[in-house]
Design a protein around this ligand. Structure first.
Ligand code: ATR
Length: 285
């Protein structure tokens, strides 16, 4: 009889981490692809990120996903960074290789893939509005540019932070031939956008970011990076104005799929896992 194949070890680290869906998602990916992967969860003590990761590496760990509040620690810990992780200023995927610790950020690609592959909305030539200018917003700008939208407007409650992002990404926008602008809520043009992404932390406390009603309409995809058993206030607002609304569950699955691809060189089918996850989430509602 053959001995069971040893499994390569991965984990998600966060605080809190008990509700993370990543172990479940990666277990589905491993089943689907036949990759010999074991994926756990690690509660990182605040201030103890480096110690936990070093111990995981020493015990044979191959890679980690990193979630709140450690994405900046992971950025600092990595020996080298992918361009998208460097631009995001945050790391959600660590790979432990012979050349050291490699940091990547798959959140933006996860968003873009969910919009295009799962929701069937092309970003090419689209007018895109990004609400928010924190870490979540910064991480998606380059992956959005990669899909060649016509324009991207970044709007934030604190206008200066949006303007700072516009400055940071001005050259990349020029290279990608994307019209980039932004600032406070007055920067929103009073015409319908094709895609509006809510990257503010507003949905956490049921707050609606300021956004002109004229931005939403039939043909708009209003995407909230948050998710839950019920539509967020942003999604409800967008639907009342005739838009199609989506939550961030697909982004969660697709960022995981990209991490799995980085580690294993095999691309799992995110759409199938998303459908299964959606069923378990709505069954709880
Ligand atoms: P993250 O890393 O999740 O993006 P962050 O860096 O704290 O978190 O950024 C939170 C974002 O949500 C910011 O754009 C913040 O706006 P400010 O820069 O003006 O603080 C935005 N945000 C949080 N609560 C909000 C609310 N109630 N209405 C509008 N924007 C909100």
């Amino acid at each position: 009889m053959n001995a069971p194949q040893p499994r390569d070890r991965y984990a998600v680290i966060g605080n809190p981490v008990e509700h993370s869906k990543s172990p479940w998602i990666h277990a589905r990916f491993a089943e689907q692809t036949g990759e010999a992967v074991e994926y756990g969860r690690i509660l990182g003590p605040l201030g103890g990120f480096e110690r936990e990761v070093t111990a995981f590496i020493a015990s044979g760990g191959r890679g980690m996903n990193v979630t709140v509040p450690f994405k900046l620690d992971a950025h600092a810990f990595a020996d080298s960074l992918s361009p998208r992780a460097a631009a995001a200023g945050a790391v959600n995927t660590l790979s432990f290789t012979e050349d050291g610790v490699r940091g990547d950020n798959t959140d933006g690609v996860g968003l873009v893939r969910d919009i295009e592959a799962n929701l069937g909305v092309s970003l090419q030539g689209a007018r895109v509005l990004l609400l928010g200018a924190g870490g979540a917003a910064r991480g998606v700008v380059l992956p959005i540019f990669d899909r060649r939208p016509a324009s991207l407007v970044i709007v934030n409650r604190t206008a200066a932070k949006a303007q700072q992002l516009v400055g940071q990404f001005a050259q990349a926008a020029q290279e990608a031939n994307v019209r980039l602008s932004g600032g406070g809520a007055h920067s929103i043009e009073k015409t319908r956008y094709d895609v509006i992404v809510n990257a503010t932390a507003g949905s956490l406390d049921a707050a609606l970011p300021e956004c002109d009603d004229a931005a939403f309409g039939v043909g708009t995809l209003a995407y909230d990076m948050m998710y839950g058993p019920k539509p967020t206030v942003f999604m409800q607002h967008a639907e009342r104005l005739g838009a199609r609304a989506a939550d961030g569950l697909g982004m969660l699955v697709e960022q995981a799929a990209e991490s799995f691809f980085i580690w294993r060189g095999v691309r799992p089918d995110g759409g199938a896992v998303l459908r299964e996850l959606r069923q378990t989430l709505t069954a709880k509602a």
